[in-house]
Design a protein around this ligand. Structure first.
Ligand code: NAD
Length: 345
């Protein structure tokens, strides 16, 4: 069987540690993958003067698939985020972030099983900021009909494909009547084509924040603009136990890049204690994308077995005493066991 080439982008901070863990888990499950390791983020910036070099973009375009770790973006100065550029350059307009309660790690917030669908290309991430006068800055929010219809269509198609029953558009159209009003109207228009198959409603983003922490189980698929999607993903991840548990994927017409929600976590980078589960689950999503549903299920079930039965092996963010390496070892062993003796659970 010919091997699928997949670009491996460890990134920086905790990226190399958690991406290596995910690579080992995928290899243990056995999809025919040829990894193509390449540098982005701080490492690439120091080497090439560019956090996202053109040759990396070319390779991802060629392979069509990448597994990516986080990259650091300087705060309030410095280069444009490599992540934002990657998504724009490759046309990765849809970010999918499933957030599901993890067995063994149930939280006081109740059961959650929702999917954040985030528009990835515009909104306040347009990078259009100007100093119009000393002490006065404008930051332009761009919302277009084309991008709003495209992401709404993606959300409804996703809901149908994955047996989800409702899409909720999230907005602040009472204040941003034109920008968020357009986003909401596009979602409404798109919903008409799915009437009777996927239901539709909407919620103000501030109300959503409150409703999520009081009763998260009421939500199914959340459809959001770029910034709200970013914030709500982190909030939702926190409700299931933290950023170390929440995977993600970015899809465009020609490429898909799989990466966790979390960032480069400089506070724990290099200590060997970063939780690799979010990137491992992102890698499972990648296997599904590549057509290997067995690996997708095997990896997810293996993670669930470890979180449910071996709390002591988990990393410190989950109150365990394990390390990135020892947790990855345990998941690799479980994947190998399930590969040898398939269990139906
Ligand atoms: P962060 O997600 O890196 O960290 C927030 C907190 O969560 C930290 O306390 C961190 O230790 C913890 N955390 C995150 N991932 C963890 C894991 N796997 N295991 C255990 N604990 C984990 O967010 P931040 O500190 O706001 O951002 C740091 C940098 O990452 C910034 O430069 C930001 O721009 C960048 N960032 C990159 C991406 C990406 O590459 N896709 C995403 C978000 C943030």
């Amino acid at each position: 069987m010919s091997k699928q080439r997949v670009v491996l982008l460890p990134g920086d901070g905790i990226g190399p540690e958690v991406v290596e863990a995910a690579r080992r888990v995928v290899d243990a499950s056995g999809p025919p993958i040829e990894w193509v390791p390449m540098e982005i983020g701080t490492v690439a910036f120091e080497k090439y003067g560019d956090a996202l070099p053109a040759h990396v973009l070319d390779e991802v375009r060629k392979c069509g698939v990448a597994l990516k770790g986080p990259t650091t973006t300087p705060i309030a100065k410095g280069h444009v985020s490599a992540n934002v550029r990657l998504r724009k350059e490759l046309g990765l307009f849809a970010s999918i972030r499933p957030v599901k309660t993890v067995p063994g790690l149930e939280t006081p917030y109740g059961h959650m099983d929702l999917v954040v669908v985030r528009e990835n290309t515009e909104d306040l991430y347009s990078g259009l900021e100007n100093e119009v006068a000393p002490g006065v800055i404008t930051s332009i929010k761009v919302i277009t009909e084309v991008a709003s219809r495209r992401i709404a269509h993606f959300a409804f198609e996703y809901a149908l494909r994955w047996g989800r029953h409702r899409v909720t558009a999230v907005h602040k159209a009472n204040i941003m009547k034109k920008a968020d009003g357009l986003f909401l109207e596009c979602a409404r228009q798109e919903s008409l084509a799915y009437a009777g198959r996927v239901s539709f409603d909407d919620v103000l983003v501030d109300a959503l924040a409150m409703k999520l922490v009081t009763n998260p189980s009421q939500y199914d698929v959340l459809l959001l603009e770029n910034l709200y999607g970013d914030i709500v993903s982190d909030l939702a991840a926190g409700l299931i136990g933290g950023l170390g548990l929440a995977p993600g994927a970015n899809y465009g017409p020609d490429c898909a890049v799989f990466e966790a929600i979390h960032g480069s976590a400089s506070d724990i980078a290099g200590k060997g204690i970063a939780n690799p589960i979010a990137v491992i689950l992102s890698a499972a999503m990648m296997c599904h994308h590549l057509g290997d549903t067995e690996s997708y299920l095997r990896i997810r079930k293996s993670v669930r077995t470890i979180t449910r039965d071996h709390r002591e092996l988990l990393t410190p963010d989950l109150k365990g005493s394990g390390t990135t390496r020892s947790l990855a070892d345990a998941i690799v062993r479980e994947v190998e066991r399930r590969r040898r003796e398939p269990v139906d659970d």
